[in-house]
Design a protein around this ligand. Structure first.
Ligand SMILES: CC(C)(COP(=O)(O)OP(=O)(O)OC[C@H]1O[C@@H](n2cnc3c(N)ncnc32)[C@H](O)[C@@H]1OP(=O)(O)O)[C@@H](O)C(=O)NCCC(=O)NCCS
Length: 179
């Protein structure tokens, strides 16, 4: 699988492989499958997120076939700003480790942002997505209501961005660490 940044022109592939499938769409809303126009609108917003913030969504490809998406984006959970990671895989490819690979790609995407941690959330009954979270080393933090449904929040601490080695070297050179 090749993982590439999401582009506006990818909307038809997202529609075809993922969001025209009612079984996938059902995890995101109650109104059923998305239309192509809705996918275009959603993809445009996600592309704009990357342009604004320097990180964002990617797609996994096998040739011309879109296998799934990898999410890295800002979100607000119960009033708190977080960076979330996420994943969705075409139904024909479930249970082959692809969701976990897309999740790893999302972790790599956010690794250089200097965050203390990243979160992922899903509906409480989404056993498959919770399985991906666990495989990525995330741990359950709390349950909360989102759009009228019970959700679970998982978190993964990230290494601190501060380069302690560089700070030590600075201290050796100048006597005191830079403030
Ligand atoms: C959630 C989703 C992305 C998982 O993708 P996937 O490629 O099948 O996941 P993986 O193969 O990497 O599975 C990772 C682990 O999750 C668990 N898991 C995955 N699917 C499962 C299922 N149907 N039932 C129980 N556990 C499951 C397993 O522990 C699995 O590890 P294992 O296969 O070694 O036992 C996929 O089911 C999907 O796209 N679902 C619909 C959309 C969705 O829910 N997106 C996430 C919204 S938050």
């Amino acid at each position: 699988m090749e993982i590439r940044e999401l582009r506006a022109a990818d909307a038809p592939a997202v529609f075809r492989s993922l969001l025209s499938d009612p079984e996938i769409a059902g995890w995101f809303r109650v109104d059923g499958a998305f239309t192509l126009a809705e996918c275009e609108e959603m993809v445009a917003r996600k592309v704009a997120h990357r342009a604004a913030h320097g990180f964002g969504w990617s797609l996994g490809w096998e040739g011309d076939t879109c296998l799934g998406w990898s999410v890295a984006q800002y979100c607000i959970i119960e009033g708190v700003s977080e960076v979330e990671i996420g994943w969705t895989v075409a139904r024909s490819h479930w249970r082959r480790g692809i969701g976990t690979r897309l999740g790893r790609a999302a972790l790599i995407e956010v690794a250089s942002l200097g965050l203390d941690s990243v979160v992922a959330y899903t509906r409480e009954d989404n056993v498959a997505s919770r399985g991906v979270m666990t495989k990525l080393g995330m741990t359950y933090e709390k349950s909360f209501d989102f759009h009228g449904e019970r959700h679970v929040l998982y978190r993964k601490p990230l290494p601190v961005s501060l380069d302690l080695g560089a700070l030590d070297r600075l201290e050796d050179e100048h006597g005191d660490p830079a403030v």
